[in-house]
Design a protein around this ligand. Structure first.
Ligand code: ARG
Length: 463
């Protein structure tokens, strides 16, 4: 018979009365943190190996505990494990089960350890691999972006500022802007790795331990880079959680911007892109409708993800150092954000594989709104030795004239142009050609076709 009776909480000797049913119901976190079972078991195995190496527990006990833990891992993986809310969280559920499997010697597992360092160890390992998972998904999205860009290097569309036609650009150039965005998103997740690579295990409740533990050993075995320096900071710190939530929020904000842009381009007014039937939904009343619901889902989800970042910031505000129950919510918040972002990245990838440029309409719209006006001003500076301000003024006069005549710039004749600037020759007409306009933007990072091709090669090399 084990002293640690299975229907009792671990602290039952001290806390005489049964925890109120209501608190047991709401204060437990097992439904959320059972997701950490693998990390928890891995951490425990390394912990007992270290205890044995340091001669704190015997070879026999170490092996028994590891045997029990591995059995528990299998039980959970095969859905044979019975999680019990009474034991609060994943750590206590596993420990309780260990007692059932190997008996009283299970009591050695928690030597020189507290749930305070245990939970952060698990959570850091989880956050580290989740950051990598997200970065892999971002990579897939980037590959889809590149594929679409490669098909659209010479697809000319209007570039907008203030959502008004500004200058002609290549659709691929636009798409390559998203590449830069996602490169930064990946960096943001990677920036957190340095903190995630500090091993919390061994700081125990808050002050360290009197046992002769070897934190460098557990650091190495659990894939961390170094042990944390201060036991109090270690159990209090949730900066790695905030950084993860922030990186998630920024990435979801980017997805939201892209989604909104695609929604606008897909609208009947713009009609610049076509969404395949795979990514639209119908209306329950209007038989003709094809709605971009998936894109709206992507646009909306950043709301919940921002909320999660703010929840965590608010939980931490004013919280004194060391562990408090307030911190338990961190996992639910992070898991939710990670799951939402995972869905969003997968959906975005699907969207990118299912959109086509409406090339004819893109070109048509790119020619409206006097989008080559800046090219004309540049031409006047280069060929007619004007200052840019002077050329700007002359061009504005030409635009006013074209507007009055209800013409696009490329519909003006040389005779008409000469009325405003007598020195002009036939040569000027080439600046109103959209392809010339796009290809003239050869400055580093500009939209010329050659630049885009170079950028695609550069991206592929860096990958
Ligand atoms: N389930 C707890 C949490 O996630 C584990 C840490 C409990 N520590 C404690 N002193 N109650 O925060």
């Amino acid at each position: 018979m084990t002293k640690n009776k299975n229907n009792q909480a671990i602290w039952n000797t001290r806390v005489k009365k049964k925890t109120s049913n209501l608190f047991q119901k709401i204060g437990n976190s097992i439904d959320v943190d059972k997701r950490l079972y693998k990390e928890d078991i891995m951490g425990s195995i390394v912990h007992v190996e270290m205890l044995f190496k340091q001669k704190i527990i015997s070879f026999k006990i170490k092996n028994k505990i590891i045997y029990g833990l591995k059995k528990i891992e299998k039980e959970i993986a095969n859905k044979k494990f019975e999680f019990n809310k009474k034991y609060e969280d994943i750590h206590m559920n596993i420990e309780k089960r260990l007692f059932q499997i190997i008996g009283e010697e299970a009591g050695y597992i928690h030597t020189a350890r507290s749930r305070n360092d245990q939970v952060i160890t698990d959570f850091k390992i989880w956050t580290r691999s989740s950051s990598k998972e997200i970065n892999n998904l971002i990579d897939k999205v980037m590959t889809s972006i590149i594929n679409l860009a490669e098909k659209n290097i010479e697809t000319i569309m209007p570039g907008f500022t203030h959502l008004k036609n500004a200058q002609a650009i290549s659709f691929a150039h636009y798409l390559m802007a998203y590449i830069e965005i996602f490169k930064r998103d990946k960096k943001r997740f990677n920036n957190n790795l340095d903190n995630l690579n500090e091993n919390p295990l061994g700081v125990a409740a808050l002050s360290g331990t009197s046992f002769n533990i070897d934190r460098n050993y557990t650091t190495k075995k659990l894939g961390f880079k170094r042990p944390t320096n201060n036991s109090i900071d270690t159990v209090s710190d949730r900066d790695f959680v905030l950084d993860f939530l922030y990186a998630t929020a920024v990435c979801s904000m980017h997805i939201s911007r892209i989604a909104e842009e695609l929604i606008i381009w897909n609208s009947d007014g713009f009609n610049l892109i076509h969404l395949s039937d795979k990514i639209v939904t119908g209306s329950s009343i209007m038989p003709q409708k094809k709605n971009p619901d998936l894109l709206e889902y992507l646009r909306g989800k950043s709301g919940s993800i921002y909320g999660n970042l703010f929840s965590m910031l608010t939980i931490l505000k004013g919280l004194p150092l060391s562990y408090f129950k307030d911190l338990q919510d961190d996992k639910e918040i992070v898991f939710k954000s990670k799951d939402i972002l995972t869905d969003c990245l997968q959906i975005l990838n699907e969207v990118l594989k299912n959109i086509n440029a409406n090339k004819k309409r893109m070109l048509e719209l790119a020619n409206l709104g006097f989008t080559t006006a800046t090219d004309l001003a540049d031409y006047l500076v280069i060929n007619h030795s004007m200052s840019f301000r002077k050329a700007y003024q002359k061009t504005a006069e030409i635009v006013n004239f074209a507007e009055k005549k209800n013409k696009n710039l490329n519909e003006l004749t040389l005779e008409e142009l000469i009325k405003i600037e007598p020195n002009l020759t036939n040569d000027v007409l080439k600046v109103f050609n959209l392809k010339n306009s796009v290809n003239s933007k050869k400055s580093y990072g500009g939209t010329s076709f050659d630049n885009i091709k170079r950028m695609i090669i550069k991206y592929k090399k860096e990958k």
